[in-house]
Design a protein around this ligand. Structure first.
Ligand code: NAP
Length: 835
């Protein structure tokens, strides 16, 4: 046996194992069999089916857990609904004490939780002990604070109700904390389903909840397969679904919840770039890569799995990286000295391995270090694939394992383009000692989190979530609260609509020729007789100045790219007044018109400088200018509303005045909603930026033809989005009059585009368009369903009205934070400072 001095001299590796004893005692106390945690009790259904949990590092059985079915899901939701009645009315200051107690109990049982997590998941104890569990406690402390402050700081909001939460297996405890803490802080109750591979730490957490004295039914944990998850999602008494997992399952859930009125947040997959510039501290960046891709065996949604290195240092960097990989230690997760533990399950191991084979078949050069793996257990070597084409499947798809692909770039522009060449947008890491460059790149990357000269930083005070197909919604920070509240005036939407069968053919969005297409002259014999008679045959001769010459014809057009254009299809749609008489005709837009409008909006967004790059000050001046010009033509707009709707002068006047005021509101918000400095645990700064979403397609309501249009356009453009507006189908003339205002208000071409016609037909093209980033729809309940369902194709964000009434005149309902929230997405940039 070597003496201590000899070991010290040779620096030979010696394991430092953590004991599994306490976990084994806990498992034995339960007879290695667990029920469901409902109403603060263990519930074991009669004739229950069980699922076995194994330790992936030695493939030994840990315990068995129940497979919940419909009856159990129903029971858990019913209990959560019952508890919601009192928990939602419990003062925030009281709820704060419970969250605080949970945080304290997590700390009390820190080691037990960490060891169990490592045994169940295979992650190194170093990570579960120093990252997962401390962050779990941190989230409960952080949201205890928001429970305390809700009544004063979020007085315009109320809890949502019963929340169905579904989490993945890669960070079982952390994902649970990210979901439960903000939900119960805001007065909601929850039913949570952990992932099948990693159910045990959620059950230990359940006991911690009970120990903290949380009232029964506030937190319920049910184990089960994806079928149980699906039952939870479908349950009519669930008011919101919060999901973290793969993009494919996220898509299923988006479709499943479409048209239901349930709130939905999706935290999905990623293929995050790790960009290294020539002037970066290369040794620091090497350690960064190790953390970015081999943390948790690469089973991390935001893993820096695409290394993108500046070409002139790429050779050196890859050489150093390979040398570093030779020193990585893969082994027993309970050994405090290892770098990487075990892959969670055999099926996941096979998936990873098959991706590596795919990479090789795609032409990659494979590098795996010459290190020893334990003989038993699901271990995989850290892996590097170089020489791949940027379009290769291995470069584009999430592997979710310890596999890094690497690419090179020459200029910053090329680096940014490669970084953004992905359907995902979860995170990115940028390495450069030039702060100007690093921050410029950070601002141009499309991802919810960007780490500068660091990676994998998380904290309760900073939101985390995706752009594009990485999902929508944020967890963490103040921004994470909005997922668990509803404006105080709003009931939970319960649309009166039954979705059609999955395979049913839909006619929604089909183009129906507008009727009447031509004025019906007197003497006509069709059924429309009188319903659409021309107010006057030929151009109007009614002239204020008494002239008897015919009025010069005025044909409203579409407005695309700053130009007035005729509809592509050259069809016309008649606009009727309240008496059914034709008062005007607008273009009947088609798919091509929408595509042209999206192209113009996209160009205005990406132009240099694009609309989003303009100062808030500049956008605010333009909005004030629009308001000024609208007010100057106040009487004309009033007259138009009366003409179309038959409403009183007073009512029309109030609408125009409100529209002017609303433009002032968003001129105000144009430079006051930029973001926050987050008070995270990082030594440095974490900045949350409210970025525009991009191109927003907006289908306006029929109520308030002018105010509805302005209330939706103004917040979107105030916050830097460019828009394609589909005005009220019934009363489009206020919108077509409006482009004359835009023309004279310094609005850059393409920022606002207006396409008139059949709302649902046009919306269908918008929602299916890959270059549209969000769709807002205030039409029918059926349309709302289709918009949500179709959006799943590229996971664009949606905001729909479910055909329910909204009082656009009321400031509480027609403007404010809800609109700003929908017009933005939060990006958190982390910049460490000091040595
Ligand atoms: P997954 O297969 O999508 O499963 C996630 C959860 O959904 C599990 O609890 C699973 O249950 C359940 N589920 C599966 N199909 C379902 C369905 N049809 N209806 C309802 N629930 C269903 O994902 P995973 O393999 O566990 O996790 C890896 C993925 O999560 C990766 O893509 C990763 O990027 C992503 N992730 C994202 C974040 C983020 O914050 N954005 C964080 C962590 C992980 P069973 O386990 O019982 O099948």
């Amino acid at each position: 046996m070597s003496t201590l001095l000899e070991i010290f001299k040779t620096m030979e590796y010696g394991p430092a194992p953590e004991s599994p004893a306490a976990v084994n005692v806990w498992l034995e106390e339960h007879g290695r069999k667990f029920g469901l945690f409902i109403n603060n009790e263990w519930v074991t259904p009669k004739g229950a089916k069980y699922f076995a949990s194994y330790n992936p590092s030695n493939e030994e059985l840990l315990a068995e857990t129940v497979q919940a079915g419909q009856k159990e899901v129903d029971a858990a939701v019913a209990v959560a609904r019952g508890a919601f009645e009192s928990w939602s009315k419990t003062p925030g200051v009281v709820r704060a004490r419970y969250l605080y107690a949970i945080a304290r109990n997590v700390q009390k049982h820190h080691r037990l939780l960490a060891v169990l997590e490592s045994m169940d998941n295979g992650k190194p104890i170093r990570e579960s002990r120093d990252i997962d569990v401390p962050l779990l406690a941190r989230h409960f402390y952080y949201y205890a604070g928001w429970a305390q402050l809700m009544e004063t700081e979020l007085s315009d909001y109320q809890p949502v109700g019963v929340i169905g939460q579904i989490i993945p297996w890669n960070f079982p405890l952390l994902m649970l904390g990210w979901k439960i803490a903000p939900a119960i802080a805001m007065g909601n109750t929850v039913v949570l389903k952990p992932a099948s591979y990693t159910r045990l730490s959620a059950l230990l957490f359940a006991e911690i909840v009970a120990e903290a004295g949380l009232p029964p039914g506030v937190v319920n944990i049910i184990t089960g397969s994806s079928k149980a998850g699906s039952m939870l999602v479908e349950h009519p008494d669930v008011d919101k679904v919060a999901f973290t997992g793969s993009t494919d399952v996220g898509r299923i859930l988006r479709r499943q919840t479409a048209g239901s009125g349930k709130k939905l947040s999706l935290e999905l997959g990623g293929k995050s770039p790790f960009i290294v510039f020539e002037d970066a501290d290369l040794d620091g960046a090497i350690e960064g890569v190790v953390d970015a891709i081999w943390f948790n065996q690469g089973q991390v949604c935001c893993a820096g799995s695409r290394l993108i290195v500046q070409e002139n240092v790429a050779g050196k960097f890859i050489h150093k990286l390979k040398a570093r990989m030779e020193h990585m230690r893969v082994g027993d997760p309970l050994d405090k000295c290892i770098d990487m533990g075990a892959i969670v399950d055999k099926s996941q191991w096979d998936t990873v391995d098959s991706w590596v084979k795919t990479g090789v078949s795609e032409g990659a050069e494979l590098f795996q270090p010459d290190i020893k793996l334990p003989e038993k257990g699901l271990f995989y070597k850290p892996t590097l694939l170089t020489g791949l084409d940027p379009a290769a499947a291995t470069v584009q798809e999430e592997i979710f394992g310890p596999v890094l692909v690497s690419l090179t770039f020459r200029t910053p522009e090329e680096g940014i383009a490669l970084a953004n060449n992905t359907r995902y947008g979860l995170a990115a890491s940028v390495w450069s000692d030039n702060i100007n460059l690093a921050l410029d790149v950070a601002s141009k990357i499309k991802a919810g989190t960007v780490w500068v000269n660091c990676t994998n930083q998380f904290d309760g005070a900073s939101g985390f979530g995706g752009y594009r197909e990485s999902g929508f919604g944020r967890e963490g920070g103040k921004e994470g609260l909005f997922e668990y509240v509803r404006p105080i005036w709003m009931e939970r939407p319960r649309p009166d609509f039954t979705p059609p069968a999955e395979d049913a053919k839909t006619k929604w969005g089909e183009h129906v020729p507008a009727r009447p297409v031509m004025p019906v002259l007197s003497g006509a014999t069709n059924g429309n007789k009188g319903a659409s008679s021309l107010k006057e045959a030929g151009p109007s001769t009614e002239r204020a100045n008494g002239s008897d010459k015919p009025r010069v014809d005025r044909t409203p057009k579409m407005y695309i790219g700053g130009k007035q254009v005729r509809p592509d299809g050259h069809y016309t749609l008649s606009v009727l007044n309240a008496d059914g008489q034709i008062i005007g005709q607008v273009g009947d837009g088609n798919r091509k018109d929408i595509r042209d409008a999206v192209e113009a909006a996209h160009a205005a967004h990406v132009a240099k400088p694009g609309w989003a790059m303009r100062h808030g000050y500049n956008r605010s001046q333009i909005l004030y200018f629009i308001a000024e010009n609208l007010d100057a033509r106040n009487a004309e707009f009033v007259e138009r509303i009366i003409e179309m709707t038959g409403r009183t002068q007073e009512s029309a006047q109030a609408e125009v005045d409100a529209a002017v005021e609303r433009l002032f509101t968003y001129a105000a918000w144009a430079d006051k909603y930029g973001g926050d400095v987050q008070e995270t645990t990082l030594r440095g700064v974490t900045v949350a930026i409210n970025e525009p979403i991009g191109v927003v397609g907006i289908a306006c309501p029929d109520e308030y033809p002018l105010l509805g249009f302005v209330s939706l356009m103004a917040p979107a453009i105030a916050r830097g989005n460019t828009v394609v507006m589909i005005p009220s189908q019934k009363y489009p003339l206020s919108a077509t009059d409006f482009y004359q205002i835009l023309d004279t208000s310094d609005v850059p071409n393409g920022v606002v585009n207006i396409v008139t016609g059949d709302r649902d037909h046009l919306t269908k093209t918008l929602v299916q368009h890959e270059d549209v980033d969000s769709v807002w729809y205030f039409g029918s309940v059926e349309g709302s369903y289709h918009v949500e369902k179709e959006s799943a194709a590229n996971m664009k964000r949606t905001w729909v009205g479910y055909g329910l009434p909204r009082d656009w005149m009321n400031r509480e309902q027609g403007e404010g934070h809800e609109f700003l929230h929908e017009a933005t997405q939060v990006k958190n940039i982390w910049v460490p400072t000091g040595e």
